[in-house]
Design a protein around this ligand. Sequence first.
Ligand code: GLP
Length: 241
Amino acid sequence: MKIIKVATPEEGAIKAAEIVLNQIKHKPASVLGLPTGGTPVGMYAKIAEAVKAKKADLSKITTFNLDEYYGLPKQDAQSYYTFMDVNLYTPCALRPDQTHIPSGTAPDAEAEVKAYEVAIVKAGGIDLQVLGIGGNGHIGFNEPGTDPKSRTHVVKLTQNTREANARFFNSLEEVPTEAMTMGIQTILSSKSILMLAFGANKADILFEALKGPITPQNPASFLQRHPDVTVIADQAAVTRL
Ligand code: GLP
């Protein structure tokens, strides 16, 4: 595991974009696994800047998002589809056929998550999976207790996660109670992984994930089993490392 310590989230965003753009330069038809949340916003902005300056060509990539709220239509302002559209798809002019995200309104949720997993395999698997980390160690929406062998599945969100994400909604009641997420095994099947952690509120969980025991209680700890993981963390997040 490679740990890159940066001074600020801004520096982390530049470094993360550099790694993603290098991956695309090296393999233009890369399959990328992508996260949402506050953490990757700066990285997406740097990638979009590079595309606008014609320093990067994203026309051959395929993307798969980690997760989506179940019950939110894609047009909802808080859906992860909207987040991706605003931060990456539209600024980088990605075509709809290049991007994938589970449908939060699929009538048959089980069929949707199975088809998502099949689509990833059909695309050749994920070359680079970018991740954030939840305050309780969740990756994607794999909450503590998730089976490490899990593939894309439907999850019930913990109160902790709903409270953490309530800042994006008008009230806690509006935060969906369920989501669809790639499983831990889906994530670990990626050829390489880049995890970003910024801020003092991630310091304890990041330390536990990287240096603590591998346990379902901290889903991010399973990354210790992957042979190609890079972590970019800012000063505030590495105080215990
Ligand atoms: C969300 C997402 C995760 C994300 C995490 C951290 O619930 N499902 O993919 O990594 O929480 O979010 P943030 O970057 O806002 O701290």
